[in-house]
Design a protein around this ligand. Structure first.
Ligand SMILES: Cc1cc2nc3c(=O)[nH]c(=O)nc-3n(C[C@H](O)[C@H](O)[C@H](O)COP(=O)(O)O)c2cc1C
Length: 372
């Protein structure tokens, strides 16, 4: 059982019953993806990064990012992720998120997307540690009593010793300021999403900060990077000593990831290697589209769901052909046509394989919410 939050605050700390969660994934992890993940055993989710200015300006369409309990089940516990450049703006954004009822607020110091108008934000703040610490302080002052706070980081801006020192300085501040936890992506900012992450660097961070459990530091450290299949979660926990693991590209079009991880927790290795049947896949494809259409309208859902369909197709025994048809979907009618053609008859899904899907390496990171 993991806890996010500190005793003696106005808020109640939240507990999470599994050592993994669904990462923030700009362009993907909206309420539709989150609700489907939760139905498959995901205990905790993070929103896509939201720009502080987007929140301050009224958050047009914010209901798209945050769906209160509805017909598809509750979207809690939910962490709202914030990104920005100015301490006071990001603090205002944090207040808005806390006021909206997000269970946790996360500050993004990880996003590698280029500086906008010369202002550092996201991972670029790891090369400007004074600015990063000023942001962390302002957020604590604004909402530190109202909601548990966490931070998303990269393991450094780049591989120079200076940037390692900067990272240490920022994570030290995160811990000392009373943040409840942080997740470290094992790639540098410069690396973006290219090449493997360094789990060994994660292990060194755990050792450097004395965070290996059991310890007396009430701080939850998450690891991120190269979690392609459920067993990777448990390998990362063991190899690095992080307390929990963020599942990102590996769960796009693959909510069964969480079911398989739960099966591994029970020691049921057979269930952990079971692929979803065609009809199980059809039900998820149908519901994901339905929730997306409720959130975004049918037309927008038609455009957004194509990229999910492409990922889902790899569970189908005739995945290449299914993928081709998903590529050309634009509307609910197109989507339904794929389901009618390829998912009408039940049968076993594609066999479970412990391989890194090639195309998973090439998922493009979307813009944070409010950047458009
Ligand atoms: C399409 C895409 C969008 C992402 N958006 C976010 C985001 O909004 N917030 C965040 O903290 N990380 C974001 N990330 C980073 C992931 O959460 C994760 O740290 C990264 O993909 C490494 O994990 P992986 O190698 O297992 O995919 C994004 C990554 C991708 C590929």
């Amino acid at each position: 059982m993991l806890t996010l939050g500190k005793p003696g605050k106005r808020y109640t700390p939240i507990t999470i019953d599994a050592p993994f969660y669904q990462a923030g994934l700009a362009g993907y992890s909206d309420a539709a993806m989150r609700l489907i993940a939760r139905k498959h055993g995901c205990p905790y989710c993070i929103t896509e990064a939201m720009l502080d200015h987007f929140l301050i300006q009224g958050g047009k369409g914010l209901e798209h990012a945050y769906l209160k309990a509805g017909d598809h089940g509750p979207d809690n516990p939910l962490c709202g992720q914030l990104m920005g450049s100015h301490p006071q703006d990001i603090a205002r954004g944090a207040k808005i998120l806390a006021g909206l009822g997000y269970d946790v607020v996360d500050v993004n110091l990880a996003c590698p997307v280029k500086k906008i108008k010369k202002k550092a934000r996201g991972g670029h703040l790891l090369s400007a540690p004074d600015e990063a610490v000023a942001i962390l302080e302002a957020v604590v002052d604004a909402v530190g009593e109202d909601v548990p706070l966490t931070v998303k980081l990269r393991r450094a801006y780049d591989d120079t010793p200076e940037m390692t020192d900067n990272f240490h300085r920022v994570l030290r501040a995160v811990i000392d300021l009373g943040y409840s936890g942080a997740t470290v992506h094992s790639r540098t900012v410069q690396q973006k999403y290219i090449g493997p992450g360094s789990w060994d660097e994660l292990r060194q961070i755990v050792e450097h900060f004395g965070l290996r459990k059991p310890n007396d530091v009430a701080f939850t450290l998450g690891g991120s990077g190269d979690i392609w299949q459920a067993p990777d979660i448990f390998r990362m926990l063991k190899q690095t000593g992080v307390h929990w693991v963020s599942v990102a590209r590996g769960c796009i079009g693959n909510p069964w990831f969480f079911q398989q991880a739960r099966a591994l927790m029970r020691g049921d290795t057979e269930a952990a290697r079971t692929s979803p049947t065609i009809h199980q896949q059809r039900e998820v494809l149908r519901e994901h589209f339905e929730i997306s259409a409720e959130l975004h309208g049918e037309q927008m859902a038609g455009r957004m769901m194509r990229k999910f369909g492409i990922k889902f197709s790899r569970h189908h025994p005739r995945g290449d052909e299914v993928k081709k048809q998903f590529i050309s979907t634009k509307s609910l009618a197109d989507w339904q046509a794929v389901l009618d053609r390829w998912y009408a008859e039940d049968g076993p899904g594609a066999p479970y394989e412990v391989t890194i899907p090639d195309e998973a390496e090439h998922v493009e990171c979307g813009e944070p919410i409010g950047a458009g």
